[in-house]
Design a protein around this ligand. Structure first.
Ligand SMILES: [Fe+2]
Length: 241
């Protein structure tokens, strides 16, 4: 985990009144992603199949032990803005660019932070929340991100309050809670603590297990400008898929 990512972790539980209804919304098309604007929703998971050519290029990236792309782009500049490193992975670059466009259109930001990394270990193995507005995570190879619906979490046991106990036994999971896990290729929108009026309700999530023999290839996108509060959920992103 980088120092910036460590800075973004928020572990202190806060006393916030619960909201009614599930905080997780499962959608099956791009238009459904506008659910992220709904009050009380803090995870939107888009289930989808990734094309074979994209998966093939993901394996090419995975074959490079130190593969890591870290940049920020204006989606309006096209896939080439992702840089030379992605030139030999054109389908993967187009895919990543597409999601930067979706995120930009959804949030109104003009600049998107992009990270595509080969990971041999869980970057953030404990459940936590991020101090961001919203973060998009997609795993092109390997196990997907894990998360827990708001109503199944007891935030009093987030982070240091657990005194090192495993998440599964610390009390963080309410009785009957079930850890959800994204499939490879799924898009997961995780609302963070910096989303308007979401302080104390950021999506609780963690990285899954990975190893040198079973690495993951993970894309993370962050809007680098403030969310456009005027956007209505009903507008949403264009539906290209
Ligand atoms: Fe995180």
């Amino acid at each position: 985990m980088t120092s910036n990512e460590q800075q973004n972790l928020v572990h202190a539980p806060r006393a916030v009144p619960p909201r009614v209804g599930s905080s997780v919304r499962a959608v099956d098309d791009v238009a459904g992603l506008s659910a992220v604007f709904e009050d009380g929703v803090n995870v939107v998971a888009l289930s989808r199949k990734v094309g074979v050519t994209i998966l093939d290029e993901a394996q090419v990236a995975l074959a490079r032990p130190s593969f890591r792309l870290l940049t920020s782009i204006a989606p309006s500049e096209g896939p080439a803005a992702l840089g030379d490193q992605m030139a030999c992975l054109p389908q993967l670059a187009a895919e990543i660019h597409f999601w930067t466009e979706v995120l930009a259109e959804l949030t109104g930001c003009e600049l998107v932070g992009v990270r595509l990394a080969r990971l041999e270990a869980a970057m953030c193995p404990r459940f936590h929340v991020d101090k961001v507005t919203v973060r998009v995570v997609s795993t092109f190879a390997g196990s997907g991100t894990e998360y827990i619906p708001e109503e199944e979490v007891d935030r009093r046991w987030l982070g240091h309050a657990a005194l090192g106990a495993n998440d599964e036994v610390s009390g963080l999971l309410r009785p009957g809670a079930r850890i959800r896990q994204a499939e490879a290729g799924d898009l997961v929108f995780l609302k963070g603590e910096a989303w308007p009026e979401n302080a104390g309700r950021g999506a609780v999530h963690r990285s899954p297990w990975a190893s040198s023999t079973r690495p993951r290839l993970v894309m993370t996108l962050d809007p680098l400008e403030s969310i456009n509060h005027d956007r209505e959920a009903s507008r949403g992103p264009r539906s290209r898929r």
